[in-house]
Design a binder for this molecule. Structure first.
Ligand code: HEC
Ligand code: HEC
Length: 428
């Protein structure tokens, strides 16, 4: 069995064991059509800048609704804190699609690196954040509220004092009871619960209206170039991308989210744009710290980050956990040229020697994946894809952008001559 098939098999097995396709881990009842009172409050909190030390930052500042709830700009990490000048250490992920489908963190023990990569049930998976350190959205939401680089509140009391000054404080009492603010711990927990409900219930987090979704529904065809890109993305011997970024519908027909939620070390180069990296002793090692603290003893997991969904990735201007790349094509080039031309990607050390995997301490560089295609090549060999093929894959990935015009409606509008009218109106 190839690694490609092995990875798929495991994912399916794990998913089945976790009842995953039926009951996504975050919470099950996300398909209900009603929008709860808590979710409505959570939405107000999500967009409320007054809940930050600066008074200028809300969740939506970084998770911008017009950018698939990802970053509104190309900064490797956003600026926040009381002065709005303190840089974070990681790229903002998109909040689209994954929130109600991410399994809880699980970590089967691997005896060795090769076992982790070959014995397929050993891949750690799930949890929120690039390092999977939060198992629920209400836990996750507390982090940005207090993080000194982000919303920078002192403590829950600080947040609650701000919350009580908002125009929706009365509504908060209505939903959670008149005396809710009397017990600060309970009040804070309910506020976080509200944010969680919003993120799970609001359909704007999973519109399923990309060209690819319409293609899966048989409503539209992909172009020849997009199809070529898809084939390269799927081909186990060339791109092999789909082995982690799953692109097949689930057993229940669910449209794929282009992630299997597992953790991998890709050896993304060190990013000098991050101020934290000015300190040569600082390394963001994902699963084994410094932000995550409970897995640090497991050295085989140092350098591993969670596989992100690739939906809307073509709209981003910042890629990978450290925001090292700013165009999709560079991210793709990195995959296929990492090993064939390392000097193009990595810094030079002593005697001008290229330091491959320079964003990890020497001892942990062995953790980087050199087993899965296309990460197996040797220096000087031919990359898995040509520039033309990189263009093709980029074209395919762009079909994952949301808000593609609904083909059935366009056809209807065309029949009525509406498209022309609308075009003329918009064109003037
Ligand atoms: C300063 C920018 C910033 C702000 C403000 C911010 N976030 Fe984030 N968010 C991030 C970054 C960066 C990450 C990745 C964090 C990590 O891996 O440690 C993230 C991760 C997340 C995740 C995990 C997504 C996943 O797929 O694992 C969720 C959910 C989330 N944020 C929700 C929120 C909520 C809710 C708020 C407001 C209470 C918020 N964020 C405020 C930058 C921000
Ligand atoms: C072995 C699993 C695996 C395979 C195979 C794989 N990826 Fe990834 N992908 C990941 C992980 C893990 C990350 C995040 C790594 C990080 O940030 O350090 C990632 C990140 C990305 C990103 C950046 C997304 C973002 O929002 O920042 C893109 C684009 C991407 N992959 C495309 C591809 C393509 C194209 C292929 C095929 C050539 C591919 N991947 C193959 C695991 C994989």
């Amino acid at each position: 069995m190839s690694f490609f098939n092995a990875r798929r098999a495991v994912f399916t097995a794990l998913a089945a064991a976790a009842g995953f396709s039926v009951t996504p881990a975050a919470l099950a009842d996300t398909t209900t059509s009603t929008y709860s009172d808590a979710a409505a409050l959570g939405k107000l909190i999500f967009f409320d800048r007054s809940l930050s030390a600066s008074g200028k930052m809300s969740c939506a500042t970084c998770h911008s609704p017009s950018h698939a709830y990802g970053p509104p700009n190309g900064l490797a990490a956003q600026l926040g804190g009381a002065d709005m000048k303190t840089q974070g250490t990681r790229a903002v992920p998109s909040l689209r699609y994954v929130l109600n489908r991410t399994p809880i963190w699980s970590h089967p023990q691997a005896a060795s690196l090769s076992e982790r990569l070959t014995e397929t049930d050993n891949a750690p998976m799930g949890g929120f954040g690039w390092d999977g350190r939060f198992n629920s959205l209400h836990d996750q939401a507390t982090f940005p509220l207090f993080n000194p680089n982000e919303m920078a509140n002192r403590d829950p009391a600080d947040v609650l004092a701000k919350l009580q000054r908002t125009p929706y404080a009365a509504r908060f009492r209505q939903v959670f009871g008149d005396t809710i603010f009397v017990d600060p711990r309970k009040a804070f927990a309910q506020a976080m619960y509200a944010v969680e409900r919003y993120q799970l219930e609001d359909p704007a987090f999973h519109p399923y209206n990309s060209k690819f979704d319409y293609y899966l529904d048989g409503k539209v065809k992909l172009t020849a170039q997009e199809m070529r890109g898809k084939q390269l993305f799927d081909d186990p011997a060339r791109g092999n991308c789909a082995s982690c970024h799953i692109d097949q519908p689930g057993v229940n027909g669910a449209h794929p989210l282009f992630t299997d939620y597992t953790f991998e070390a890709l050896g993304v180069p060190r990013n000098r744009e991050l101020k934290a990296n000015a300190d040569p002793r600082y390394y963001d090692m994902g699963l084994c710290g410094p932000l995550r603290t409970d897995q640090s003893a497991e050295k085989a997991n140092c350098g591993l980050f969670k596989t992100p969904s690739l939906r809307n990735t073509a709209t981003r201007r910042v890629f990978f956990h450290n925001g090292r790349f700013h165009t999709l094509k560079d991210a793709l080039r990195f995959y296929v040229q990492r090993d064939t031309d390392p000097a193009k990607w990595y810094s030079k050390g002593a005697h001008h020697k290229v330091v491959k995997f320079d964003d990890l301490p020497v001892d942990y560089r062995v953790n980087v994946d050199t087993i899965d295609e296309p990460l197996t090549r040797k220096q000087g060999e031919q990359p898995a894809w040509s520039e033309q093929e990189i263009d093709d894959v980029a074209a395919f990935l762009a079909t994952l952008n949301d808000d593609y015009p609904d083909p059935t409606r366009v056809a209807y509008a065309k029949g009525k001559g509406l498209v022309k009218t609308a075009w003329h109106a918009g064109g003037r």
